[in-house]
Design a protein around this ligand. Structure first.
Ligand code: APR
Length: 231
């Protein structure tokens, strides 16, 4: 069975109503990364960081997967599919995708500040400021902050290298190392980019098709055409 690797960013969830980061109405227009998304911010201003992720979690609980998430999940009926996402939401899983690798962590999990392997699910949206893990340490969002290493990156590169087709949906390809993933597609593997904007595709060396459409329109169309495709 042919393998499709789908690499997604905030744009795939935009049609569900979640803000992206770098668009004009994106999160980084309202917040400074150094205030809410670095280990130093967590140490300096725990309340603001926890509140930022509580808001994201509350929003997530109020939205549903869109047609793009569903089309990606449905591809599993026809292909061997793996999703690698930069998103911390769980909309791929809720749409039915069974193999999802989160590069930047997961909103619905917390972890011990002392032991990065002590990861626990969170019920509901609210992390209390003083909530503690079983080891007694304070909990923190299970999020990869700027300046932190990306533990799932090596695994994601292996996945990318196993693709027969790569689909990139809704990412500006501006954040590293995640954006490097497109370089791990084997030579000649077709890469489809679904994005209404102008992501930085300059490092894609493979045959490239840019479908300039919103995820909820472009992704179902692409999925439909791939189903009938011999590649
Ligand atoms: N459908 C598809 N793509 C869309 C849509 C839509 N409806 N709306 C916007 N986009 C595209 C934009 O054109 C842009 O290319 O989604 C992309 C969003 O880019 P970013 O906001 O930079 O999001 P992303 O690439 O996921 O960011 C990477 O940066 O701060 C972080 O850790 C965070 O994982 C995130 C990383």
């Amino acid at each position: 069975m042919k393998k499709i690797v789908v690499f997604t960013g905030a744009g795939v969830s935009a049609d569900s109503g979640l803000a992206t980061f770098r668009d004009a109405d994106g999160l980084w227009a309202s917040y400074r990364i150094e205030d809410v998304c670095t280990p130093e911010a967590l140490a300096r201003n725990r309340e603001l960081v926890i509140e930022f992720y509580n808001k994201r979690r509350k929003e997530l609980l109020g939205v549903e997967p869109n047609a793009a998430h569903r089309a990606i999940a449905e591809l599993e009926k026809y292909f061997d599919v793996e999703v690698v996402t930069q998103n911390v939401d769980n909309l791929h899983e809720r749409a039915g995708s069974t193999r999802v690798t989160h590069l930047h962590g997961e909103l619905m999990k917390l972890r011990s500040q002392r032991n990065p392997d002590l990861i626990v699910p969170i019920e509901g949206w609210e992390q209390g400021l003083d909530d503690r893990a079983e080891d007694g340490a304070l909990l923190r969002p299970h999020i990869v902050f700027f300046g932190e290493s990306v533990p799932m990156f090596d695994r994601a590169c292996e996945i990318a290298a196993s693709a027969d087709v790569m689909i990139v949906v809704g990412t500006s390809l501006a954040v590293y190392p995640a954006a490097m993933l497109v370089r791990y597609a084997r030579a000649g593997v077709p890469v489809y980019v679904v994005d209404p904007g102008e992501p930085d595709t300059s490092m894609i060396r493979n045959p490239l098709t840019h479908i300039k459409a919103r995820a909820a329109e472009g992704m179902p169309q692409l999925a439909e055409s791939l189903k009938g495709c011999k590649f």
